[in-house]
Write a protein that binds this ligand. Structure first.
Ligand SMILES: Nc1ncnc2c1ncn2[C@@H]1O[C@H](COP(=O)(O)OP(=O)(O)OP(=O)(O)O)[C@@H](O)[C@H]1O
Ligand SMILES: [Mg+2]
Length: 235
C-alpha cells in the first residue's frame, strides 16, 4: 500500500484542495508524492482550471497530464453520463496501468475520486470499485455545515460495507456561504466521531486566495497529519 484515495460526501466539497494540501504537507515531511485525478469532467485535461492541472501545478509533479488524468470530458456531468454522451466507455485497466506506473515512481500516490463514493463510472461500477481496485485506504472530505453528520456517516458506512478502509475525515469550507461558527464545526466534528468509527483530522477554513503556499500553510496548521503519516511508515 503506497497511496491514499480521496473521496468526499459530494461533488464540490474540497477533494482537490485537500489533496493538494496533503500532497504538499507529505512532500514537506520528506515523501516523494505523486497525484492522480483519473476521471475528470467539466474540463478537458489540459485546461488550467481542471483538477488535474491544478494538482499538477500546485504540487509541481512533472508527469505529463495524460498520466494524471486518464479520462476527460468537457461537459460538467457525472462521468458515466458524460462518457455516454460522447460514446466512450470508462475502463478500469488504463487507469490502473497509469496508477501502477506512478506507484513505482513515488513513495505515495494520492488519487482524487470524482463526486462521491457511489458516483457511477460505468454501467455496473462506481468510484467504490475504483478505490477497491487500487487497494488504497480512503480519506473522506466533508462539509462543516448542517447535514454533514448524516452525509459523512453514509459515506463512512458505505465504504466499510464495501470493503474499503477509511482512515479519517477532514472537514473543508469550500465557499464563503459555507462558513459556519467554530461551535457548529466542533459540534459536527464531535458527532462524526461519536457516530462513526473515524477520527476527524481537522477543519480546513475557507481561504480567500487559493495558492499552493496558502493551502500548504493552512493545512499544516489545521490538520493532524500523524494518522496519515503512520500509514506510510518509511521502508
Ligand atoms: N478551503 C477552501 N477555501 C476556498 N475555496 C475553496 C476551499 N476548498 C475548496 N474551495 C473551492 O470550492 C470549489 C470546490 O472545491 P474542490 O474543487 O476542491 O472540490 P472537489 O470535491 O474536488 O470537487 P469535484 O467533485 O468537482 O472534483 C472550488 O472552486 C475550490 O476552489
Ligand atoms: Mg476536484
Amino acid at each position: 500500500m503506497s497511496g491514499l484515495f480521496i473521496t468526499a460526501t459530494d461533488t464540490g466539497v474540497g477533494k482537490t484542495v485537500i489533496t493538494a494540501g496533503l500532497a504538499l504537507s507529505l512532500q514537506s515531511a520528506g515523501f516523494h508524492v505523486g497525484v492522480m485525478k483519473p476521471v475528470q469532467s467539466g474540463h478537458l485535461r489540459e485546461d488550467p482550471a481542471g483538477d488535474g492541472m491544478l494538482l499538477k501545478r500546485w504540487t509541481k509533479t512533472p508527469e505529463p497530464i495524460e498520466q494524471i488524468v486518464i479520462y476527460d470530458f468537457s461537459q460538467p456531468l457525472a462521468p458515466y453520463l458524460a462518457s455516454q454522451k460522447e460514446g466512450r466507455t470508462i475502463e478500469l485497466m488504463p487507469i490502473l496501468h497509469s496508477f501502477h506506473q506512478l506507484q513505482k515512481k513515488y513513495d505515495i500516490v494520492l488519487v482524487e475520486g470524482a463526486g462521491g463514493l457511489l458516483t457511477p463510472m460505468g454501467r455496473d461500477w462506481t468510484i467504490v470499485d475504483l478505490a477497491r481496485a487500487m487497494a488504497l485506504p480512503l480519506l473522506i472530505i466533508s462539509r462543516p455545515s448542517l447535514g454533514t453528520v448524516n452525509h459523512t456517516a453514509l459515506t463512512v458506512y458505505t465504504a466499510i460495507s464495501r470493503g474499503l478502509k477509511p482512515c479519517g475525515v477532514i472537514m473543508n469550507t469550500a465557499s464563503r456561504e459555507g462558513i459556519t461558527t467554530e461551535e457548529m464545526q466542533s459540534d459536527n466534528a464531535d458527532l462524526i466521531e461519536q457516530f462513526t468509527p473515524l477520527p476527524v483530522l481537522g477543519k480546513m477554513p475557507w481561504l480567500p486566495s487559493l495558492t499552493a503556499q496558502a493551502i500548504a500553510q493552512t493545512f499544516q496548521q489545521q490538520i493532524d497529519l500523524e494518522p496519515i503519516r503512520k500509514l506510510f511508515n518509511r521502508r
